[in-house]
Structures are given as structure tokens and as C-alpha cells.
Design a protein around this ligand. Structure first.
Ligand SMILES: [Zn+2]
Ligand SMILES: [Zn+2]
Length: 344
């Protein structure tokens, strides 16, 4: 089968190769991949700046159809339309696994990084990680579940939004945009989302199209002034950092109100980031860090899709065949695309 393989560490080393269809172990299903989204982390893998274990098939935001059942799988049938959580090889018996947090299991080998991923015709996945795709979604739309689950996990499960909150989302990539829409849906009184000049091509216009109340290009407008105006100088109830930009990380502490909540989801390109520690301390901020997602976040995302509160098609700007992966990566990188989905 055709698959996009990271062949070795370092810059580039990404190519379409013919590889064997993966074996189906006991407890797994073989999924015929019908759509797989390009993530910012795929671009970092291309740049040699994201950990992974080559040679490995990349791609993790996938949707498909069950093609074969492994031994002992009785709760799914061939032909079922599914998406999958990412906790491949989670042990099932550590504290994290037993408390529903398999995303943080030490044994986990996430597909597309540490085990073979889904920019390929087939992927094998553990049956216990699957979720059924609602009938109103096609495969391309369903491929947007993973990034939406990441938003739901970091913002709803770990940080929390209360009705009436003023929510500030820093960064307007696909996860920032869907988080902003999600914040509106769960009752935020006002949502502010930010971007930079490069985001004027597609992402800030998309935020306006999604009717996010305040869409701010921080290179042209005074974000702090706006937050103060909207909150009578108090600061935002909730700040969600999704840009991964070092200055934004530090700013997120300054733009939250006293006793406000700050959720860190964006991944900075460096190990250490300086933060205004005393300011955070004397505002008594609650700070939560987050990565990946869990069962509840997938169910929340799928339920929002199913009842039409969030429409994944609004975030997907390009659908390309797998053969055009390189064009897809460039569209994501340049900011011309919001979400690009490849069809193997
Ligand atoms: Zn992703
Ligand atoms: Zn475990």
C-alpha cells in the first residue's frame, strides 16, 4: 500500500513509499483510511523538529472504515465508520490508564510518531480506542475529530468554561478556531481570538466567518486594551494559549483576571519559557497544561458535531489526494489553508 513515511530523523526525509499492509493483532481492527488531516506536528516532523521513531508512517487525524477484525474483537463489525483515540500500546494497568487518562501512559506509542500512522491506505488500531462516526458526517469531516478533541480536552476537560465567561483564545490555527467556536457553544459571554499578519490570509477571515465576536490581529491592534475594555479592566476569565509562541505564553498570565484560569495547549519550540511568576501568583491563577485528549473529549467533540453545533466542514479548506501531500503541507505551512485533509 502507499504510505507517507518519515524515513530518517532530520530535515525532510519524507516520502511516499510502498509498504506492507499492517498486521492485525489480537484486540485490534484494520481500518481502511478514508481521510487524514495534516497537523502542525506533521510539519514539525517534516522539519525534523518533532520527536518520532523513523522509519514510521506519519499522520494521526484519521477517519475510516473497519476492513478486518482481529481476534477477540466483538463490539465492532466490518464496515463500521470510525475515528480513533491515539493511545496505541497504552498498558491498561498503570495509574493513568486506570483513571481514564491513557493519553499519559508511559507505554503509549502514538500513531504517526512512535507507531505507524494513517497517511496510508490502512492502519491497525486497538478496538478499545475507537469511536463511531455520527451519520451526518462524511470521512473528511470526521478526520477533524482529533484536533477538536484536543481542544475539548485542554479547554473543557482540563481548564473549564463557565456560562458567562469572557474567553480569550491566543492563536487561530484549526485547534484555536474550533476552541473559540466550542467556547461560544458552551456559554462563554464573549470570545476573543488572536492571530498575526500571516493569519490574515485565511485564518482570521475564517474566525470572522465563524462569528467569533472579537477577532484581533495582534500586530495591528492593542489586545490588552481590548481585553481591558471588555472586562472593565479586570482581565479575561479564561485564557487558552494555542499559539505556542513564547511571547503569547507569557502574555496569557497577564491577560487573565484575578483568580482566572489559564489553559496551556500550544507547544512552544523551546524547552524553557520565562513567565511573569509573581503576577500569576498574586492573581491566584489556576493554570492547566494539556496535550493529547481522552475518551470524554472525543465524545464531547463528536456530540457537538452530531447536533450541528460545530460543523467540521467549516474548518476544512482543502481536500487533496495523498499523492499531493507535499502541496498540502505547503498550504498548511503558508497559512493559505485552515485544515488540509488528505485522502489515501
Ligand atoms: Zn494533530
Ligand atoms: Zn498505562
Amino acid at each position: 500500500m502507499r504510505a507517507l513515511v518519515k524515513t530518517a530523523n532530520g530535515q525532510g526525509n519524507l516520502e511516499l513509499r510502498d509498504v506492507p499492509v499492517p498486521p492485525v493483532e489480537s484486540g485490534e481492527v484494520l481500518i481502511h483510511v478514508r481521510a487524514c488531516g495534516i497537523c502542525g506536528s506533521d510539519l514539525r516532523i517534516q522539519d525534523g523538529q518533532h520527536p518520532c521513531t523513523p522509519p514510521v508512517v506519519i499522520g494521526h487525524e484519521f477517519a475510516g472504515e473497519i476492513a478486518e477484525l482481529g481476534a477477540g474483537v466483538s463490539t465492532w463489525a466490518v464496515g463500521d465508520r470510525v475515528v480513533s483515540e491515539q493511545h496505541f500500546k497504552a498498558c491498561g494497568h498503570c495509574r493513568q490508564c486506570l483513571t481514564g487518562n491513557a493519553f499519559a501512559c508511559m507505554s503509549k506509542r502514538a500513531p504517526g510518531y512512535f507507531s505507524d500512522g494513517a497517511f496510508a491506505e490502512f492502519i491497525s488500531a486497538p478496538a478499545w480506542l475507537l469511536h463511531r462516526i455520527p451519520d451526518n458526517l462524511n470521512f473528511v469531516e470526521a478526520a477533524f475529530t482529533e484536533p477538536s478533541a484536543v481542544a475539548a480536552h485542554g479547554m473543557l476537560d482540563r481548564t473549564g468554561i463557565n456560562p458567562g465567561d469572557v474567553v480569550l483564545i491566543l492563536g487561530c490555527g484549526p485547534i484555536g478556531l474550533v476552541a473559540a467556536k466550542m467556547a461560544q457553544t458552551v456559554g462563554a459571554s464573549t470570545v476573543i481570538i488572536t492571530g498575526i499578519d500571516r493569519d490574515e490570509i485565511a485564518r482570521l477571515p475564517k474566525a470572522r466567518e465563524l462569528c467569533i465576536e472579537h477577532v484581533v490581529n495582534i500586530m495591528k491592534e492593542d489586545l490588552e486594551g481590548l481585553v481591558n475594555r471588555l472586562t472593565h479592566g479586570e482581565g479575561a476569565d479564561v485564557v487558552i494559549e494555542l499559539s505556542g509562541a513564547v511571547p503569547a505564553i507569557s502574555q496569557s498570565f497577564q491577560l487573565a483576571r484575578r483568580l482566572g484560569r489559564v489553559g496551556m495547549i500550544g507547544q512552544p519550540p523551546v524547552e524553557e519559557v520565562k513567565i511573569p511568576y509573581r503576577q500569576a501568583m498574586f492573581r491566584a491563577l489556576t493554570v492547566s497544561f494539556s496535550y493529547s485528549s481522552k475518551f470524554t473529549s472525543w465524545e464531547r467533540a463528536l456530540s457537538l458535531f452530531e447536533r450541528g453545533a460545530i460543523k467540521p466542514s467549516q474548518f476544512i479548506t482543502h481536500v487533496l489526494p495523498l499523492e499531493e501531500w507535499s502541496r498540502g503541507f505547503n498550504l498548511s505551512r503558508s497559512g493559505e489553508a485552515v485544515k488540509v485533509v488528505l485522502e489515501p
